[in-house]
Design a protein. Structure first.
Length: 114
């Protein structure tokens, strides 16, 4: 059975390391439907995948780039595909000149049921 479980995968917004005094474009995650591969769950695979996401003026990911692996290729691919195809971001605090914006996020896969 390969039914996607989205409840076990959570998103982490990674805050920028440099504090900026003025208001900059800081997209917030609105929807983070993420598929946790059943094969990974059964194998007990867990980890955080860090991804740089380019976000367009509609709040959708236009490009994703793996920055730090979870250690499992299957989890890395699931995170990249989920962010690219299913996530939406709130860009209401961004001005048009700031878009597309690149934002680093973390997708945390935890396997608490097995």
């Amino acid at each position: 059975m390969n039914a996607p479980l989205t409840i076990l995968a959570t998103a982490i917004a990674v805050l920028p390391t440099l504090a900026v005094a003025d208001t900059t474009c800081q997209p917030r995650i609105l929807e983070s439907r993420t598929t946790f591969p059943m094969r990974s769950q059964l194998r007990g695979q867990e980890g955080i995948v860090y991804i740089d996401v380019q976000i367009d003026s509609n709040g959708r990911a236009t490009r994703t780039e793996l920055q730090h692996s979870s250690g499992y290729r299957l989890l890395d691919r699931a995170a990249l595909e989920s962010v690219r195809n299913h996530w939406t971001f709130d860009i209401s605090n961004c001005v048009r000149k700031d878009l597309p914006a690149t934002h680093r996020i973390g997708v945390d896969f935890r396997n608490g049921e097995y």
